[in-house]
Design a protein around this ligand. Structure first.
Ligand code: PHE
Length: 358
């Protein structure tokens, strides 16, 4: 038996194996159950003691060499095969162009973000309250006398009473203004306060200028020594920032709200000359918000001593602000969910809300 010849043949077969599968065939033919080296090992049984010692060593050496060689070759082939696969397996990761997304940020959301940015820069924090309110937070705590017309059915959407609620809070309704959030905030936190709140409000009304659901933005500032000058300065700064104008003429008109005393409605200067509406110049006025100094009774209702703390509050319609800034003529279109309207008046979701606060 010529082991050198077997060795040479096997080496040749190993080196010429072109892939893992043919190398495996070579391995079986050498080291498998009926392999050539296995046969050699078996032949040891028929040898004399001396022959077996010499041949055993030789066969074992051969077996080890061939096994090592096959291992090395196997690793090399594997690597080669992987390289080939990587080179040939191309994955198309390009994406065919898709139509531009049809969605847009609703103008109401845009305005709310702008309001948030402006008031945040003025040191206000944002609070929230529930849409479903009770009579106490929406009216009683805000100093509405019993039988006040705003409590009547024609304005307020009442819900079934909640018999399990606390005394005085059983009458449920959809909040008619965000002023209820002032109450919730003052009840839950200690003064001083400097908050805004934004959200949906509801009144049973529907025409060119009223929708049963609309949005308000409410501001509340309570501290020691707050006066109407602060209110005026705050609104002036806000209006300039919001309308992105160096000056917005403003006038306070005496008004009435049960929860503020004195109360005012604020008009801003505008012009309607030649059928064009423009804010900030001309001799016309446009009502924009309601405000006033928080009524002492409201402070008392929230456990605040009105001799120690005072403050102001203001409330404005977000739709109105949006219509004025972006020239949207009809309030009702805000809620018609018409994609053409949104495509025209909506905002790019990737654009940051304007924060031109000077
Ligand atoms: N809540 C009032 C309204 O809905 C607005 C307002 C808020 C007025 C705060 C004064 C102070 O009309």
């Amino acid at each position: 038996m010529d082991t050198a010849k077997i060795k040479d043949e096997l080496i040749e077969m190993i080196e010429t194996a072109k892939d893992s599968a043919s190398l495996e065939t070579v391995r079986v033919s050498a080291l498998g159950k009926k392999g050539r080296i296995t046969d050699l090992m078996k032949s040891l049984g028929g040898m004399s003691h001396e022959e077996r010692i010499a041949a055993g060593q030789e066969f074992n050496k051969l077996k080890q060499e061939i096994a090592d060689l096959i291992d090395r070759q196997a690793r090399q082939l594997k690597k080669q095969e992987l390289d080939e696969r990587i080179a040939n397996e191309t994955l198309d990761i390009t994406l065919s162009p898709r139509p531009r997304p049809k969605g847009a940020v609703h103008p109401i959301s845009q305005t709310m973000e702008e309001l948030m940015v402006i008031f945040a820069s003025m040191g206000f924090t944002l609070t929230e309250g529930p849409d479903i309110e009770d009579d106490w937070h929406n009216f009683t705590a805000l100093n509405f006398p019993p039988g006040h017309p705003a409590r009547e059915m024609q304005d307020t959407f009442f819900l079934p009473d909640d018999k399990d609620a606390k005394e005085g809070m059983q009458k449920k309704l959809l909040r008619t203004h965000t002023s209820s959030v002032q109450i919730r905030h003052m009840m839950a936190n200690k003064p001083p306060h400097r908050i805004i709140c934004m959200g949906r409000t509801y009144r049973s009304d529907y025409d060119m200028t009223h929708t049963p659901m609309f949005h308000q933005c409410e501001g509340l500032v309570i501290d020691k020594n707050i006066n109407m000058g602060h209110l005026k300065g705050c609104l002036q700064d806000f209006l300039k920032a919001y309308f992105e104008l160096d000056d917005v003429p403003m006038r306070f008109r005496p008004s009435f709200f049960p929860f503020t005393e004195p109360s005012a409605e604020v008009d801003i200067g505008c012009t309607r000359a030649q059928g064009e509406f423009k804010i900030g110049e001309g001799d016309d006025w446009m009502e924009i918000l309601g405000c006033g100094m928080v009524h002492p009774n409201v402070l008392k209702n929230c456990g605040i001593d009105p001799d120690e703390y005072q403050g102001f509050a203001f409330g404005m319609g977000i739709e109105r602000l949006t219509m004025l800034k972006y020239g949207i003529p009809d309030l009702r279109t805000f809620f018609e969910s018409d994609p053409r309207w949104l495509a025209h008046y909506g905002f790019d979701p990737l654009q940051r809300p304007n924060a031109a606060h000077k």
